[in-house]
Each structure stands twice: as C-alpha cells, then as structure tokens.
Design a protein around this ligand. Structure first.
Ligand SMILES: *Cc1c(COP(=O)(O)O)cnc(C)c1O
Length: 392
C-alpha cells in the first residue's frame, strides 16, 4: 500500500480505517483458499450513513450484492428493507426475520410460480416492464402493487445496468393503464442509474428524464405515490467518491427539486452498502514472463473471473491490491486468475503496478470487494471451489 493510496482513501471515504479490523484478522489467519472476510459492523455503519442522507426514503438493500445471511440479519435488526430478485432471495430474507411487507420483488423477469410464492408469503410490491409480466402478476398476485421500471439511456456508471431492463417512456404509460385494467395497483416508477455511479451529479440527466415521465403519468390521471430510485451508490475503488451521506443527500435534493413531494421513495443500494465491508485474502500462484524481453510480468492469483472477481470483466471495476512487499520498487503486471480459460485475465489493457519482488506464495489482499464477489463466483469451474466467506 503506497502512501498516496492511503491519502486518497482517507479523502474518498472517511471511515475507511474501520477496515483495519478485517486486515488484522487476515494478518492473524492462514487460509487454504481465497477467502472473503466480511465485517457486518461496516455494513451497519454504511446503512446509517446512507440513511442519514436519504432522509425519509425507505432503504431496500439489493440482496444480490451480497446474500450472506449475517449481512441480511444485521440489516433486518437495523430496520432495513430488501429488494429481492427470486424466491431464493425472498426465503433468505424471511429466514433472517424480515417482514414480508419490507420486501419488494424487484426483478422484472420473474417465474410465475415465484410470484405466487411471494404473494402467499405476504409480499405486495412487484416490478414490471412488460405486458406479459403484468399478466403474470395479475394472475399470481391479484391486486398487488406494481411499479414500472423505466429504461434509462446514457449512463456514466462504471457498471451500467441500462439496456436489459426497463421500458421506454411511451410504453410506460400504457403499462400503467394495463396494470389498472388487470385490477393491479400501479403505484409508480423505478429506474437504475447504473451501478458505481461515482458522483451524485451524474444522476441529473436520468432524473430529468424520469421526472418528465412522472409528470406525463400524473397528467394522464395516474395517482403515483412511489418513486423507486434503484441503486448506483458507489464504493471506493481508488478513484475519489463522495461520502455516502453527502452523496445520498445530494440525490434526494435533486429529486425534491424535480418531483416535489413524493409520498414514498425507495432506494436500493447494493454495492454502496457492502463493498467496503469485505476484503479478499488471495495468494500469488505464479509470477512469470512470456519471453526474455517481455515488458510485463504475468501474475497469476488463486482467484479470478470465475471464482469471485467477475466484475473485472472489461476491466470495469479496478480493485486495489495490497501485498506485504508494498514499498518495494514496482513494475507493470498483467493480472490473471488460475483457471484454464484464457478470458480469465483480470487486468491487461491497464496493467497493475506490483512490487518487482512479488513471488509465488505471497499473500495479496483485494480491498473493498464485499459486493458482487461471493454472489458471482461459480460453483466449481475447473475444480476451484466457490469463494469462501468468513464473517468477523
Ligand atoms: C442490482 C440492483 C440494485 C443494486 O445496485 P447497486 O448499484 O449495487 O447499488 C438495485 N436495484 C436493482 C433493481 C438491481 O437490480
């Protein structure tokens, strides 16, 4: 860890030093395989920080970011609500004590039998972006509240979620009408600004577009009460981000200016809630050069794209690495995972600077990777087990 990184870190996220508890645990422990170490106190701190900025908005934690039961349990005790995407995630939240009224079924692509299960369990709020989905909800959860997910075009997010989900504004009003005709209760709209949207100012264009649709719907006679602003709250990966409270407050301020008084606002942070609550302890398996005049070293870790670091796809998320040899001279490295698949290269377009003294057997810490790691790891590609998780 270089000095600069500490300084940026401190500015980027004032509470960062809390992760030292995780670092201490890792330093005192030996691991047989890559392990994600989580600290639920940091999740609790993030929840408080977001809530302080989000004011009266309900926070629905996006379970897919990290479904570790003790994270869910911690959030249940703090009064957090949940955004679930499947029967499995709903059951997980219920097992941890969440009230069904605090769970929304936010996936726009649901299995009919899962909708029926959710309805029986007492869940009353569902997302949709298409006619068939509304029909499924009307059949399997008659009378339920639904919100229509809007597609948002241009995004400045590092990990966009824009194309696959949502419908265009012209269709959104038709879907509200269809929901009403199907005796559902169309309560509002949702959108997702894109995951890892680093600055609150990047929400402006999306909020402008959503506010236009909101106004059109109200003018058309729909008494909308719910605005679901999705996730997008960023984590610190080396580039400066605002403190979560300031970020959230700025988003709420931008909403108030465009929407006026909205009775019910929901936010669905995933990454911003858990990313900095986890650190992976990994190991260097091999350091090599492909030829004598190779400019780069290849550094192969015991963790890769299939075992937890899926978000390195297209080098979108750039994790920070810490080694015991930090402080030694560094040189450019291509970083790769252990599997026998040539796409399992983590960083090549922008190589990473690692100590020239690094060698097989060295430990590597991957910082702020509590989100979208354990939940994205394969069950056993190439015989590598899924990411191990320890909660301290
Ligand atoms: C994944 C997801 C989220 C969480 O997004 P983050 O960027 O991790 O905060 C929120 N809402 C929905 C509908 C999602 O699919």
């Amino acid at each position: 860890m270089t000095m600069t990184a500490y300084v940026t870190d401190f500015v980027g996220r004032i509470a960062q030093p809390c992760a030292t508890r995780i670092e201490q645990f890792i330093a005192d422990t030996s691991f047989d395989r890559p392990t994600l170490v989580l600290d639920t106190d940091i999740v609790a701190r993030n929840f408080a920080a977001l809530r302080a900025g989000l004011g009266h908005a309900d926070i629905h934690y996006a379970v897919k970011a990290n479904p570790e039961p003790r994270i869910i349990g911690t959030l249940v005790r703090l009064g957090c609500h949940f955004d679930a995407a499947s029967r499995g995630e709903i059951e997980l939240c219920l097992r941890q004590g969440a009230d069904p009224s605090a769970i929304s079924f936010g996936n726009t692509v649901k299995r009919a039998s899962d909708i029926a299960f959710a309805h029986r369990a007492g869940i009353t709020l569902f997302a949709a972006d298409a006619e068939e989905e509304l029909e499924k909800i009307a059949t399997n959860a008659p009378g339920a509240q639904v919100y229509i997910r809007l597609i948002v075009g241009a995004t400045e997010a590092d990990w966009p979620l824009s194309r696959k989900f949502g419908c265009a504004p012209d269709k959104a009003l038709e879907l509200l009408a269809l929901a009403r005709d199907l005796s559902l209760d169309p309560v509002g709209f949702s959108f997702h600004v894109g995951s890892q949207t680093r600055h609150a100012s990047m929400w402006a264009g999306t909020l402008d577009r959503v506010a236009d649709v909101w106004r059109d719907a109200r003018a058309a006679g729909f008494d909308l009460t719910l605005l679901n602003i999705g996730g997008g709250f960023p984590a610190f990966y080396g580039e400066e981000v605002q403190h979560p409270t300031l970020y959230a407050a700025s988003v709420m301020d931008q909403i108030a200016r465009r929407f006026g008084d909205v009775p019910r606002i929901m936010a669905e942070p995933g990454r911003g809630m858990v990313a900095d609550a986890g650190m992976i302890a990994a190991e260097v398996l091999l350091v090599s050069r492909k030829s004598h005049d190779d400019m780069h070293r290849w550094v192969y870790l015991d963790i890769g794209k299939f075992s937890g670091l899926a978000e390195t796809m297209d080098e979108a998320i750039r994790y920070q690495l810490v080694t015991d040899r930090d402080g030694d001279e560094t040189g450019p490295c291509i970083l790769a995972g252990p599997s026998c698949d040539s796409v399992d290269v983590l960083y090549e377009k922008r190589p990473v600077a690692l100590p020239v003294t690094l060698r097989a057997g060295d430990r590597v810490l991957i910082r702020n990777c509590g989100a979208y790691t354990s939940s994205y790891s394969s069950v056993g590609f190439n015989g590598f087990p899924p990411l191990d998780v320890v909660v301290i």
